[in-house]
Write a protein that binds this ligand. Sequence first.
Ligand SMILES: Cc1cc2nc3c(=O)[nH]c(=O)nc-3n(C[C@H](O)[C@H](O)[C@H](O)COP(=O)(O)OP(=O)(O)OC[C@H]3O[C@@H](n4cnc5c(N)ncnc54)[C@H](O)[C@@H]3O)c2cc1C
Ligand SMILES: *[C@@H]1O[C@H](CO)[C@@H](O)[C@H](O)[C@H]1NC(C)=O
Ligand SMILES: *[C@@H]1O[C@H](CO)[C@@H](O)[C@H](O)[C@H]1NC(C)=O
Length: 348
Amino acid sequence: MSKETIVVIGAGVIGLSTALCIQQHLTPTQSILLVARDFPSETSVNYASPWAGAHYRPVPGSSPQALREADQAQRTYEFLKRTAAAEPGTGIKFIEGVEHLEAPPPEYLDQQSVRNVYSHLDKFQILGKEEVPAGVVWGVKYGTYVINSPVYCAHLLRKFVLNGGETRQYTLANLKEAFSMAGNVKTVVNCSGSGFEDPKSFIIRGQTCLVRNPVTKTITRQNTDGSWSFCIPRPLEGGTIIGGTKEPNNWDPNPSLETRQRLLANATKWFPFTSESGGQFDVIRDIVGRRPAREGGLCIEAEQLAGDRYIVHGYGAGGRGFELSRGVAEDVVAVMLEKRLLQAKASL
Ligand SMILES: Cc1cc2nc3c(=O)[nH]c(=O)nc-3n(C[C@H](O)[C@H](O)[C@H](O)COP(=O)(O)OP(=O)(O)OC[C@H]3O[C@@H](n4cnc5c(N)ncnc54)[C@H](O)[C@@H]3O)c2cc1C
Ligand SMILES: *[C@@H]1O[C@H](CO)[C@@H](O)[C@H](O)[C@H]1NC(C)=O
Ligand SMILES: *[C@@H]1O[C@H](CO)[C@@H](O)[C@H](O)[C@H]1NC(C)=O
């Protein structure tokens, strides 16, 4: 019998994180192949990962999705803290995060749901009235991280390859095709982001602007009309992301100049860019990305097919793929262990 190959579809932050977690459990008779249309050097509008800010901002709430994500986010925070300390050059940096909300939704006013998602953060503080700018009703600050997303994805890919993982650039027309990518495939892991077969999947368009101007914190401001403005410095001299729009089901691949101007005008008002920029921005590029969202949140489950084959799903991370990545990867692996598609191993 030839060696069994586990196929992971997708080289976004979810597929890469999951593939690395799977590698920790491979037996000598198993190997792993990562198949994807886009790899971290690509810049396609349908490949969300390189376009992410990316920062971590907790989201309070008490729905099953909110609670599950809070737990995944917490595990990811601890994981990234360890990674940042152990491996410089991965594009992760811990800095101060600030939030200013003008019209906080009810879950922000419920102390318990706020504590559930924020209290694990270093130096978490609720800001008093005198500490927030005019118009802001709710404010917090805490220690969080920012990620240079293309750098971090390239790091994950390099690690996967150094661990013996194989890759293949290929566009799958059909999930069943994935079972033919190697000689003996029993398990396919579906981390394809935003597909078209699941009626619950949809995209949320995001337009942001990458500028050279530096900032030292990541600040998020919610406007009265419910829109969000944020600045996210990208570690390793990657500039600053100024955002951003959230437009469900908008498939326009082109950046709007008008949106860029409004994003930058808001950023001048609210974010502490150093005075030498004089209110002027040094624009590197406009960004348009599609967040792979799903009603009810991520799909993480195993689907049994004929002939004892399995598809294990891990897609639909929406606007939180980076901040949930490690938790999601661990949860996908937990499903695989439960179905005995992998074997539990004492961690080294
Ligand atoms: C503007 C913007 C800002 C964002 N900011 C943040 C942030 O601050 N924090 C945060 O956590 N997240 C943020 N996100 C969200 C984040 O980018 C996504 O949640 C994350 O990238 C999703 O990762 P993924 O691996 O699921 O999907 P993707 O990165 O889209 O990867 C999907 C993979 O599947 C492959 N694939 C798909 N179909 C096929 C096929 N048929 N055959 C072969 N391969 C296929 C693709 O080629 C790709 O490799 C932001 C997103 C945008 C657009
Ligand atoms: C794989 O994931 C996509 C979402 O990216 C989904 O639309 C599709 O239905 C999944 N494939 C199968 C066979 O379930
Ligand atoms: C800019 O801020 C205003 C509120 O002052 C808001 O209505 C608008 O949506 C913001 N624009 C963008 C593109 O974020």
